[in-house]
Design a protein around this ligand. Structure first.
Ligand SMILES: [Zn+2]
Length: 311
């Protein structure tokens, strides 16, 4: 066969993909159904052209230790072959496609690495790698879709918090991580950025990156920031005002953010920034994390680009 699936769903359909874990398991019960499911959803190449002789490749069943998926792309002209995972998010892994899909599903449900390891039978070490690969997708999304908040007539509350790291088993001290939190009042648009210090020289460029000029910025340290010469504000102008104690709504949502993030991350895993990217991604995406992460995987691993000619 020159293609795997007769139809490939449009990318946007992934965002609204609503599938239970049971249905996913039914639709991906063996190698070939999983391969078809992935090709149908644009997550692996549906067809491939031989790089050497430009011949369309054929999907062939193949046995052997090296062929994890039971199928490969083979060229009938030059005997060349390629993994069916070629160019995809699933490339270069010894796990089965079923296992990887299951891991993505469990990640989308916010299962811990320990829970996901038990359920899939995949080692914690390998599972941690996959959770990190998924979080890399979140990080790329956030870089490519930068958030801006504030503007004239708007107020952004900023807050510096240190997230403590638990000391490790040997009792060694870990320094913790400063995070600058910014929340726009009324809309609750929010951002958290890890920072090395909390001095004005460090904080102000971060604010300038996310908060529009003309914004009223509320902070406990307004005297520190407003005392700076104007040129330090990289040509953006803000009005700094002292936080109001009555600003309970903002305080509540900031505390809620901190609590949620701490709960999600636990404080065992030291990969702070990676967890923060996941947290922010979930905040932006809001729901249907399985379909949406697949959408962004498809976006960043564009398997359609692999086919230069249409046969
Ligand atoms: Zn060939």
């Amino acid at each position: 066969m020159r293609y795997i699936s007769e139809n490939v769903v449009p990318a946007l359909e992934l965002c609204i993909l609503n599938i239970s874990m049971k249905d996913l398991a039914l639709q991906t019960c063996d190698n070939i159904t999983t391969i078809r499911w992935l090709a149908q959803h644009g997550l692996i190449a549906n067809k491939l052209v031989c790089k050497k002789c430009r011949h369309p490749m054929l999907l062939q069943a193949r046995k052997g230790k090296k062929v994890v998926d039971g199928y490969i792309w083979a060229c009938s002209k030059c005997n060349g072959n390629k993994s069916i995972r070629f160019g995809s998010f699933f490339d270069r892994s010894h796990l089965s496609l079923i296992q990887i899909l299951e891991i993505i599903y469990l990640w989308s449900l916010e299962r811990t690495q320990v829970e996901a390891s038990k359920q899939t039978g995949v080692s914690i070490r390998c599972l941690r790698d996959w959770y990190n690969f998924i979080r890399d997708i979140c990080a790329r999304y956030l870089t490519d879709n930068p958030l801006e908040m504030g503007g004239s007539d708007r107020t952004v509350e900023i807050n510096e918090t240190k997230f403590m790291e638990r000391t490790n088993r040997r009792g060694e001290y870990k320094p913790g991580q400063w995070v600058l939190g910014m929340i726009e009042r009324k809309t609750n648009v929010a951002m958290m950025v890890p920072v090395d210090n909390t001095d004005a020289a460090t904080i102000l460029p971060v604010i300038a990156q996310y908060v529009r000029a003309g914004t009223r910025i509320m902070t406990d340290r307004w005297t520190d920031y407003s005392a700076l010469p104007r040129q330090e504000l990289t040509n953006r102008e803000y009005t700094f005002v002292a936080s109001e104690d009555s600003a309970n709504s903002v305080k509540d949502s900031w505390d809620l953010w901190k609590a949620k993030f701490t709960a999600m991350r636990g404080n065992k895993d030291l990969n702070f920034n990676s967890h923060l990217q996941e947290f922010l991604w979930r905040r932006r995406i809001k729901d249907n994390f399985f379909g949406n992460i697949l959408y962004w995987i498809r976006h960043y691993y564009d398997v359609f680009n692999l086919v230069k000619f249409d046969f």
